[in-house]
Design a protein around this ligand. Structure first.
Ligand code: ZN
Length: 72
């Protein structure tokens, strides 16, 4: 099953990984335990991550971590 990676903040697609086990390897743990995996009605799996752009913003504005989403 392929897994689509998306930024949890700006919803930007960060690419698709064809093998979901590869995603677990990258994350170093089972994403189901991280509460960042979503399954839509089409059976597609999404993993919510933080893109480089948002990570940079969050590093400069740590208080934004309090908000789940923001628009930049
Ligand atoms: Zn982002």
């Amino acid at each position: 099953m392929s897994v689509t990676m998306k930024c949890r903040h700006c919803r930007q697609s960060m690419g698709v990984i064809e093998d979901e086990n590869r995603v677990y390897e990258l994350l170093g743990q089972q994403p189901l335990a991280l509460d960042i995996v979503q399954l839509n009605d089409d059976g597609e799996t999404f993993v919510q991550l933080v893109c480089e752009h948002c990570e940079e913003i969050l590093t400069q504005n740590p208080n934004l971590f309090e908000n789940d989403t923001f628009i930049h």
